[in-house]
Structure formats: C-alpha cells, structure tokens
Write a protein that binds this ligand. Structure first.
Ligand SMILES: C[S@@+](CC[C@H](N)C(=O)[O-])C[C@H]1O[C@@H](n2cnc3c(N)ncnc32)[C@H](O)[C@@H]1O
Length: 204
C-alpha cells in the first residue's frame, strides 16, 4: 500500500473512525497505555490517529504523537484542546518511515493498530528502535494473520482491498519479531475474541 492510498483511506475514515473502530480496539489501547504510564517518561505514539489513546496516559508521561493523515491528526488536536490534555507535548504531521527525532529520544514508543497499515512496516519498526533509548520499550497492538482456517480465508479476501480499507488484514507477526535490537518482553492476545495482540519489545 502506498502512502497516497493511506492518506485517502484515512481522510475517509477520519469522521467515523472513533465510532467504527473505537470500541473494538479499546482493550489494546488501555493495556498498552497502562503499561507505558506505569513506566512514565517520554513517549512517542506513532500513528496517533484521532488521538483515542491520548486521554488514557497518566500524568507521569510526556506524550508526542505523529501521524501522516491531516484529517486524523486534526481530530487528535481537537481532542487535546477539548479535554485539556496537558501531558500531550506535541502532535506532528510526519511519516513514520522518517521520524524527525534524535536517536534514543524516548523511554517508550507505541504503535497501536498501525504496523498493519503503514507501507514498509520493517522500516517503521527500525525507526521506532532508533528513537527508543536502550532499556526502553516498544509497545505494539495489532491484528496478525491467523495463518489457517476460516479466519485466514476472510483475511485473504480483505487483503485484496487493502488500499480501500487502509489495512493489511493478512499482516504477519513474523514481520515484527526478530527485528534487530529488540527482545520480546511480553505477548498477550486481547479481546474481542483474541483478534488483537499486545506485543512489548525491549530495546537491547
Ligand atoms: C488504524 S489507525 C490507528 C490509530 C490509533 N493508533 C488508534 O489506535 O486508534 C492507523 C493510523 O496510522 C496512520 N499512518 C499510516 N501510515 C503512516 C505513516 N507512514 N506515518 C504516520 N502515520 C501513518 C494513519 O494515518 C492512521 O491514523
């Protein structure tokens, strides 16, 4: 999927995103942000979207968010204004493949429901590793391909419409695990029906 397809898909999703996906993906957001908040420090949220996670961060974190969709980002900015989220430091229009931050800038980096969307997820992950300090955590929530059975067939069908949906339904977990500089600290299937997975990777 090219970045232009993502832009047009998320320009369409932005007005209805919270209603369409907010509830189904909320478990991942709560668990990921809970873990990050307990650790505290500087956080980068990659693909912040409409900012659904932003009100969940605890007071001990300073949040920076980035997203490539102007329409999604505008909603996140509106949420920060209306909810007066003082711990959100900045929201930038930025491509996750080229993060404009210095090496080792963040204690935690989150990508919630993002890696199965971005073009070149390996490159995005490498950028996330680069900006995480050693000992810091990369917290990912995503749907991963089932691999077999009815679900795999449904994913195969949905994957043919990846450009329109703005999502690769057949995204494989192996594209994340084994990335250089990371070790798996925690993995957990999430509701609804274990469709989403929480992965916590520690920066070596
Ligand atoms: C499914 S939404 C997830 C939003 C949010 N993280 C959540 O959990 O609700 C995926 C987001 O990734 C963003 N995105 C896709 N490709 C991107 C890229 N290359 N750089 C930055 N953001 C990107 C999209 O614009 C969209 O807002």
């Amino acid at each position: 999927m090219e970045i232009e397809a993502i832009q047009s898909a998320y320009a369409r999703w932005a007005p209805v995103y919270d209603l369409a996906f907010g509830l189904a993906t909320s478990s991942g957001r709560h668990r990921a942000v809970g873990r990050i908040s307990r650790r505290g420090g500087r956080v980068l949220e990659v693909g912040v979207g409409t900012g659904l996670a932003l009100p969940l961060y605890g007071p001990g974190v300073e949040v920076t968010g980035i997203d490539f969709s102007a329409e999604m980002l505008e909603r996140a900015r509106e949420r920060v204004r209306t909810r007066r989220l003082g711990n959100v430091k900045a929201l930038y229009h930025m491509d996750a493949r080229h993060l404009a931050f210095a090496d080792e800038s963040f204690d935690s980096v989150a990508a919630m429901h993002v890696l199965s969307v971005v073009p070149e997820p390996e490159r995005v992950l490498a950028e996330m590793v680069r900006v995480t300090r050693p000992g810091g955590e990369i917290v990912i929530t995503s749907h991963f391909a089932a691999g077999r059975g009815l679900m795999a067939r449904i994913e195969g069908l949905a994957a043919r419409h990846a450009d329109k949906l703005g999502w690769h339904a057949d995204f494989s977990r192996t594209r994340i695990l084994g990335a250089p500089g990371l070790s798996l600290a925690h993995e957990r299937r999430l509701p609804p029906f274990g469709m989403m997975t929480l992965l916590v990777l520690r920066r070596d």
